[in-house]
Design a protein around this ligand. Structure first.
Ligand SMILES: *Cc1c(COP(=O)(O)O)cnc(C)c1O
Length: 296
């Protein structure tokens, strides 16, 4: 069974791109196009799928049938990994930050329903999750696992994200929300001479410039970092904070454009873009492509 939205491995690949119209854009003479990665697949939507794809291919190549990865109790990455495991026949283990709380939230319940093993880890151990000791412990518990870092942002995330903007040339800016930096690195690797505008969703996330740099180096793309425009002032107080101004913006966006966004990632991205546009940050005539990374 194959449809035009699948590649040779049966993976979803295609999502549409659409231009949005708004008086604020007209006044600033900025064109804003949105790549609808949220529409790519009902459960494997957005950038989490893009980042997983080449990791799944690598896991298969190594003959590793179990994916082990990390995240918080509301993680989009864990959710996508659970779904991908179910669809493509991998066992999945989620190392979940913190203690178990029952009943499970709907997201964790979904993950368990996909057959994912939920392995809780106290917060102080979790902070050291990428050290040898913790990884050794995990590989004793779950031998021969293919390990994917928190957020799914590793070297093999980059070629997947690249595919999101394949053939979409001619933009001055490519924009995305930035959590762990894999999506930003992928855009930088794929956008030729354009600028990548990344809106940090975490507070105090200056370290992201370094993380993105390191990811690009692992992909032999160290020269691209100059074209990163990392916006650090649109976190709205931190990762899961939802001040009224942001929630109002998200609701207004849905009303105007009939595109659903959420306050954690894409709400901050589009808020930042419109704020910068209204402040005259972009030269007149700028053409911008923003990634709707899903997360709904
Ligand atoms: C995880 C996520 C991001 C951030 O992507 P990174 O590659 O971690 O920077 C952006 N948008 C949504 C909807 C996400 O789930």
């Amino acid at each position: 069974m194959s449809t035009s939205n699948q590649d040779i491995l049966g993976f979803p690949v295609y999502s549409p791109v659409q231009q949005i119209r708004d008086p604020r854009l007209d006044r600033a003479a900025v064109e804003l196009w949105i790549k609808r990665e949220d529409l790519i697949h009902p459960v494997l939507s957005g950038n989490k799928w893009r980042k997983l794809k080449y990791n799944l291919i690598e896991a298969r190549k190594r003959g590793q049938n179990r994916l082990l990865t990390f995240g918080g109790a509301y993680s989009n990455h864990l959710y996508a990994t659970a779904a991908a495991g179910r669809i493509f026949g991998f066992e999945t283990v989620a190392v979940v930050r913190g203690e178990e709380t029952l009943p499970l939230n709907p997201r964790l319940q979904y993950m368990r329903d996909q057959g994912m093993v939920l392995r809780y880890m106290d917060r102080s151990t979790y902070r050291n999750k990428s050290t040898g000791t913790v990884l050794a412990q995990l590989s004793e518990e779950y031998p021969d696992s293919y390990v994917i870092p928190e957020g799914g942002s590793n070297e093999l995330a980059i070629p997947g994200v690249l595919e999101a903007i394949e053939k979409l040339f001619g933009f001055d800016y490519y924009a995305c929300a930035c959590g762990s930096g894999g999506t930003t690195a992928g855009l930088l690797a794929g956008c030729h001479s354009a600028t990548v505008l990344a809106v940090a969703v975490l507070k105090g996330a200056g370290f992201l410039a370094y993380d993105v740099h390191r990811l690009l180096e692992s992909h032999s793309q160290q020269m691209q970092i100059d074209r990163l425009d990392l916006q650090l002032d649109y976190h709205f107080g931190g990762y899961a904070k939802r001040p009224k101004e942001l929630l109002d913006f998200v609701a207004d966006f849905k009303r105007r454009f009939d595109i659903a966004i959420e306050p954690i990632y894409t709400g901050k991205l589009f808020y930042a873009l419109f704020d910068l546009i209204e402040k005259g940050y972009f030269p007149r005539g700028t053409k911008m492509l923003a990634l709707h990374t899903g997360g709904l």
